[in-house]
Write a protein that binds this ligand. Structure first.
Ligand code: ADP
Length: 592
């Protein structure tokens, strides 16, 4: 997965994407800085002429013409630079920063949408994504674009101003250069340390985000209030935040100290140069005008060199962040097969499927083989952690098997076109979403072609036992959920809505991953029986850790430690006197 880009490659990529996202502002930004690069040298030359002309006017009664000429040039140069700065500051802020940042965010979202779903189970990918997001949010790529442009400008300023200084007196050059060199050392060292620190902090940053999110999740807030662990979580958040801030603070302190040392050296260098120039002026080696211009030029050169060296020193840190961004964009995308299907006419066959999560030692599924025949109603039964949800994701072709194969009507899962498969498949996940949308949307969002089909939606509500809810709410376009002032539903009602949504999609295979596990066993069985009634023409896989529905299933698959330990009908398995019988006997009293 690691792919390191060098600075030049990063710069090429940053320039490419900036000029693609905001060509006008990008080019204007470069032009502006290039013109500004010549400014210090030009003003030094003009001010030398102006000072000398003014000196001659006051001391030797020379004509005003020269002063007016240099004065106009001086003012004109400033005017041009200010106008350019004004125009480019608008285009740079609005274009290179704001528009580019939203472009980079969009690229990250588009990429995330194309990643294989299994990537989201990989902590390395999640950390890389978090760092790439950090890079976009902190506008690092735009900063690289701007500072590399400023870097070139400062380079031009330094070289042209050094030439002017050398022209006046060669000794002014080394003094000015030595006074700014410490900046680069400080920036390179600190910059790298800062990146490494941020990299190490990615996991903590995600934890902070997670804990913060809990305080904005109404379920979690209610639970923490009643159970009294809100303070514990708040403290955990504070501790993590303090840890992160302390590390950053230490780093910034180090940074601040080295910058202070650099500034002191710079001031000393400046003082030395003024002294040297004064000596030459007193000796008569340079004119008064050149002395004045020399000081201005020296200051400008110091500023340009400082900016040049700081930008150079900051590059390793910035490009390291940018590397994460481009590395994330380079992650392999979900491979989609090309074979389209027009229905699941025979069924789904799993042969010797094993599956291991990324960065995980053991297998979550081991050597699973069975067939889902068309029209069959299968219950996958097992205690928590036995591999049921993982199996559902394999059946849905969300995760590729690590070993073995899955075929849909004979087509290998890796070769099938997923969009054609998903036309015929529906799912009601364990952690389904209760959408704060209208009741119409909550049902028909799974089949947008029928979003306005009132009678179909009403029929779906009635057959899912939601007629009374519809009467209560008053109409299909009424808002559900309290977020936007709509009606809040009970847990059971949301579950019925989720199942109705799953069934509303015209699918041939539907998978129910314990959406009712939070309900009491009798209510769960009632809802699932209703589900089976509506899904009678479909192939259905129902995942459960309860035996309530098993008598009605065509086939029961009992999972244990990632393996299928038993398979058959209720009566087969009861006779077998194994795991199923054990589970059934333990739960039997719930259904009396
Ligand atoms: P069930 O649905 O039966 O409760 P799961 O399929 O969720 O079981 O989990 C099966 C096994 O896989 C468990 O040991 C669980 O810890 C492991 N597992 C689940 N999700 C992940 C993940 N994202 N990364 C690593 N291991 C996981």
């Amino acid at each position: 997965m690691k792919k390191k880009y060098n600075v030049l490659q990063i710069l090429t990529k940053v320039y490419g994407s900036t000029l693609k996202a905001v060509p006008f502002s990008g080019i204007l930004g470069i032009l502006n800085y290039l013109v500004q690069g010549m400014f210090p040298a030009v003003t030094a030359l003009i001010s030398a002429g102006l000072f000398d002309a003014a000196y001659l006017l006051t001391r030797e009664g020379d004509t005003l013409t020269c002063v007016i000429f240099y004065g106009s040039l001086f003012v004109g140069t400033y005017a041009v630079v200010y106008i350019l700065q004004f125009i480019s500051s608008i285009t740079i802020n609005a274009g290179i920063y704001e528009r580019c940042t939203s472009y980079y965010h969009m690229m990250l979202s588009e990429k995330a949408a194309k990643l294989p779903l299994i990537s989201f189970e990989d902590t390395e990918v999640l950390n890389l994504q978090s760092r790439a997001k950090d890079c976009a949010e902190r506008e690092i790529l735009s900063q690289i674009y701007m500072s590399s442009t400023v870097f070139i400008t400062s380079g031009i300023s330094v070289i042209s101003t050094i030439s002017v200084l050398a022209f006046y007196n060669i000794w002014l050059v080394p003094v000015s250069i030595f006074s700014v060199l410490p900046y680069v050392v400080a920036r390179v060292l600190r910059g790298k340390e800062f990146y490494l620190l941020k990299k190490a902090q990615a996991k903590k940053a995600r934890r902070l985000e997670y804990l913060w999110g809990l305080f904005h999740n109404k379920q979690a807030v209610k639970e923490m209030r009643v159970m009294g662990f809100g303070e514990y979580l708040a403290q955990k958040w504070t501790e993590t935040r303090d840890e992160v801030n302390e590390e950053l603070w230490q780093q910034n302190m180090k940074d601040g100290k080295s910058m202070l040392l650099c500034d002191t050296l710079k001031i000393a260098g400046y003082g030395l140069s003024v002294l040297l120039a004064l000596l030459y002026a007193v000796k008569g080696d340079i004119s008064i005008g050149v002395f004045g211009a020399c000081i201005t030029a020296f200051k400008a050169m110091q500023e340009a060199a400082k900016s040049f060296l700081i930008d150079l020193g900051n590059m390793p840190e910035k490009t390291a962040f940018a590397n994460d961004y481009f590395e994330f964009l380079d992650l392999p995308e979900d491979r989609n097969g090309t074979v389209r299907i027009d229905g699941i006419k025979q069924g789904v066959v799993l042969s010797h499927v094993s599956f291991a999560y990324p960065n995980s030692d053991g297998y979550a599924l081991k050597n699973i083989s069975f067939t889902i025949h068309k029209g069959e109603k299968i219950v996958v039964l097992g205690v928590n952690g036995s591999g049921k949800t993982t199996l559902s994701k394999i059946i849905l072709n969300m995760y590729p098997p690590s070993q073995g194969e899955v075929r849909y009507d004979g087509v290998l899962s890796s070769e099938i076109d997923k969009s054609s498969l998903y036309t015929y498949v529906s799912v009601v996940p364990q952690n389904f979403v209760s959408y704060s949308l209208t009741i119409r949307e909550n049902i028909a969002i799974s089949d947008l072609a029928h979003l306005q089909d009132d009678s179909l939606i009403k029929q779906s509500l009635v057959s899912s036992g939601l007629q009374s809810l519809l009467n209560e709410v008053g109409g299909l376009d009424e808002q559900l959920g309290r977020e936007f002032g709509g009606k809040e539903l009970s847990g059971g009602q949301w579950q019925k809505i989720a199942i109705a949504r799953g069934l509303f999609k015209t699918s041939e295979l539907i998978i129910l991953d314990e959406p009712t596990s939070a309900l009491d066993p009798l209510l769960e069985t009632e809802i699932l029986q209703q589900f089976l009634e509506i899904a009678r023409d479909k192939t259905a896989v129902i995942i459960s850790h309860r035996v309530g529905l098993c008598k009605m299933a065509d086939k029961i698959i009992v999972m244990k430690d990632g393996r299928i330990c038993e398979m058959g009908t209720h009566y087969d398995l009861i006779r077998k006197d194994g795991e199923y019988r054990r589970l059934y006997t333990a739960q039997e009293q719930w259904y009396r």
